[in-house]
Design a protein around this ligand. Structure first.
Ligand SMILES: [Zn+2]
Length: 389
């Protein structure tokens, strides 16, 4: 596909003349010396500005040669830019890497290329490059030479299979991975995960293991029934273990139930934030015209290490008299109280955790830190400017 792309005037383009090397000169069919017959322009964007590649073409002129008259491009062209694309390899790799390793969106890529590099590509062009990059990456991933090289120093294989379902009712993506090299072997979307379909994936894994000539030491899965029967059939002698996460989760079932109870109890106990906030807000002075009036002074140990939110300056109906002026000031003490409320609210809605660090336990230790911080502030207040920590 040729992408329409607007270039500056030819006179302002940097020309790079590419001539076939001495090694490229002999004809592949008859061995005779090919002669330069024509040239072709291939203009590409580079991070150093657009470049016009002047590709000298060669052809065999021996009338007896089966390839007589067929033109060939200099190989150097391919080292600079992918065939027919309007960007060089560096930009091509830049796009692919940011898309797949950094998860940038196409509009984000387009904006960054335009803003930072003055390279103006359409969404269509970027999408097509992203697809090409993905294809190349997949081809490289499946390349038998690279595959074998990754396993040169690995004596045995530990395989895992897992089904990932992005949304209910959608097809499940089955991924087969090898854990010693941390390599995805292949992934297959399946609409129905019948025993036969799973078995086909296991057979494919067995074939790949055979091409490496390495023994499969173990299989690790979540032990869903199709995996259990399939692995027993296709890998009869290979141990099949439950994956560590699932093993731990099964083991931690009672702990997680207790943790859930802890979480609910804590949320019931730590209440009344709104009342505290309203009380703090009531101490504010009315609006002042200076724009810097909303700055909240911070003083070492008296300020909790949380970002303050809009809660500090949120106007209520009482302040509606001067809508265009700066928000009313909050006395430093009240601002600190509001920051603590924000921190505690953030802790209570938090829902992160894993079997080794359950949500409720994390919540409890975070609340304990807030308590300790408040205690330090109060102690600091009594003892003047005393520093803690
Ligand atoms: Zn020839």
């Amino acid at each position: 596909m040729r992408t329409l792309h607007s270039w500056p005037a030819a006179s302002s383009l940097r020309d790079l003349v590419l001539t076939p090397t001495a090694e490229e000169r002999p004809c592949g069919a008859c061995g005779g010396r090919r002669t330069i017959c024509d040239h072709r322009f291939h203009t590409v964007e580079t991070f150093g500005g657009p470049v016009r590649l002047v590709c000298k073409l060669i052809k065999c002129v021996d009338p007896a040669c089966p390839r007589v008259g067929k033109t060939f491009s200099p190989e150097a062209e391919l080292a600079i830019a992918p065939p027919r694309l309007v960007v060089d390899w560096e930009i091509f790799a830049w796009i692919g890497h940011r898309r797949f390793a950094r998860h940038w969106s196409v509009p984000q890529l387009r904006a960054e290329l335009a803003d930072a590099h003055r390279i103006h590509l359409s969404d269509d062009a970027i999408e097509s490059y992203v697809t090409r990059y993905e294809t190349m990456l997949a081809a490289r991933q499946n390349d038998p030479v690279h595959f074998a090289a990754d396993y040169r120093d690995i004596p045995e294989l530990v395989l895992s299979i897992d089904g990932l379902q992005p949304e209910k009712g959608h097809e499940t993506l089955y991924v087969v991975r090898e854990l010693n090299a941390r390599r995805v072997w292949f992934a297959e979307p399946l609409l129905s995960s019948t025993d036969e379909a799973i078995e086909a994936l296991l057979v494919r894994a067995r074939e790949l293991a055979a091409t490496l000539g390495k023994p499969v030491r173990a299989w690790v899965t979540d032990k869903q029934s199709a995996f259990v029967t399939g692995i027993a059939k296709v890998f009869p002698e290979v141990p099949h273990r439950l994956c560590k996460i699932h093993f731990l989760r099964a083991l931690a079932k009672d702990v997680l139930a207790a943790d859930q109870h802890l979480k609910v109890t804590m949320r019931k106990k730590v209440r009344g934030l709104r009342a505290i906030e309203q009380e703090a807000m009531a101490t504010r002075s009315p609006a002042v015209a200076t724009p810097s009036s909303q700055a909240v002074p911070s003083e070492g140990p008296t300020t909790p290490a949380v970002p303050s939110t809009g809660a500090v300056t949120r106007p209520t109906t009482h302040d509606a008299i001067t809508p265009s002026s700066s928000p009313p000031t909050v006395p430093p003490g009240a601002a600190v109280v509001l920051d603590y409320c924000t921190a505690v609210r953030g802790i209570l809605v938090g829902d992160q955790g894993d079997p080794l660090h359950p949500t409720g336990t994390r919540m409890a230790s975070a609340l304990a830190e807030v308590q300790a911080s408040i205690d330090r502030c109060l102690a600091g207040k009594k003892g003047g400017r005393k520093r803690h920590g």
